[in-house]
Design a protein around this ligand. Structure first.
Ligand code: AMP
Length: 366
């Protein structure tokens, strides 16, 4: 059963007040939609560009209910929303992506099992609940391997690289606060790539060209499109994987599928899925100037039941650089360089490792 589209003038409720929420709200405004942001932090960057704000905790049932009642559709900009909160919202308003898509992707074990169950390549993995489990998993999977907490990991937080024998598994588990974990075999990748894609309730699907992502200190530093080393066949395979995942989740909205580009002994490139982000994604920021439809506009279109826009590149290639910490202090120099598109998120203090903004350059011509 298809629901009527959300019309301009309606209000999008956004859970989370960071830069992703801010850029969704700006895209909503372009289409004559209003935004209401819900975030516990009174200094949230998204508040500055939205007409309405709620400052409340994610477990405040009354605040969540009042928020849902004040909007026409609810979305979110980060995946660590408590399940109970998602259910409260979904009971009152359409929630996109759905509470079940959220549940599948917020736990690395559920997510990896789901992706593997679709026949999509992933690193070998095992659930690890305690020190004994870690010892067994290391024996099965071998080393090197990466131990990750099942939940709440981001930007390399909540994970430990295991290179050599693990003499004291209990100490390793303690370093991750004895949380339930997953052990993954180390993938000797050539590059990290991602596919940012959108799906709407009618099953319409649209993927941007895969991009290559370079990290520094576990934080995304640079994204480039097209991804070097990816043939058209590998790119098509990566985009088809994103579609299989989106269809299987009955997904509505933008998602990012992070993958490793690997090369077999025969020299053939292929991809291995690392994780799914059920939201707009840092590796899609280049689409604001670099694609016909930005990932934020595309997300708004998808959650409102509108036709998806073209994901075509506006130029030949695109580069997006994150401005981390005091790199944002270079804004006058960046402004002075022709062809650079500066985005600042309006965050107060430029702490080390904090994403303060980004810069995009689109290369056109031959
Ligand atoms: P994640 O939080 O899963 O995105 O992991 C953060 C980063 O750790 C990735 O971007 C990779 O650089 C690295 N990494 C994670 N899992 C693996 C793996 N199984 N093999 C090799 N590198 C990994």
């Amino acid at each position: 059963m298809s629901t009527p589209p959300i019309a301009p003038g309606a209000t999008i409720g956004i859970i989370g007040g960071g830069q992703l929420g801010r850029m969704i709200a700006v895209a909503a405004a372009q289409y004559g939609l209003k935004a209401h942001i819900y975030c516990p932090d009174p200094d949230s960057p998204a508040f500055e560009v939205a007409g309405r704000r709620t400052v409340a905790a994610y477990d405040d049932a009354a605040a969540l209910q009042a928020f849902a009642d004040s909007v026409d559709v609810v979305t979110y900009e980060f995946e660590n929303i408590p399940r109970a909160a998602a259910e409260i919202l979904a009971a009152r308003r359409p929630l996109h992506p759905s509470a079940s898509a959220l549940a599948t992707t917020q736990d690395r074990l559920t997510e990896k099992s789901f992706v593997a169950g679709l026949g999509i390549p992933v690193a070998p993995f095992r659930a690890v609940d305690d020190a004994a489990g870690l010892k067994d998993a290391v024996e099965e999977i071998g080393l090197p391997a990466v131990l990750k907490t099942r939940r709440f990991g981001y930007d390399g937080k909540g994970q430990v690289m295991l290179r050599d024998a693990v003499p004291d598994p209990a100490a390793v588990m303690a370093s991750l606060r004895d949380q339930p974990c997953i052990l993954e075999g180390f993938v000797a990748f050539e590059a990290e790539v991602s596919v940012v894609a959108a799906r709407n309730a009618e099953g319409g699907f649209s993927a941007y060209d895969p991009c290559a992502n370079e990290h520094r200190h576990h934080i995304l530093a640079r994204t480039i499109v097209p991804a070097p080393g990816m043939t058209p066949e590998t790119a098509a395979e990566a985009m088809a994987i994103a579609r299989t995942i989106a269809d299987a989740l009955d997904y509505v909205g933008v998602l990012a599928v992070e993958m490793f580009l690997v090369r077999g002994p025969d020299g053939r490139a292929s991809v291995v899925v690392n994780e799914i982000a059920p939201r707009v994604h840092n590796s899609g920021h280049w689409t604001i100037e670099g694609a016909e439809t930005s990932q934020f506009a595309q997300h708004v279109r998808a959650i409102c039941g509108w036709p998806l826009g073209s994901p075509a590149l506006t130029g030949r290639s695109v580069e997006m650089l994150n401005l981390i910490g005091d790199q944002a202090g270079d804004w006058t120099r960046i402004l002075a360089e022709p062809g650079r598109h500066l985005h600042l998120y309006g965050k107060g203090e430029a702490r080390p490792g904090r994403k303060m903004g980004h810069v995009t350059r689109v290369t056109t011509g031959a």
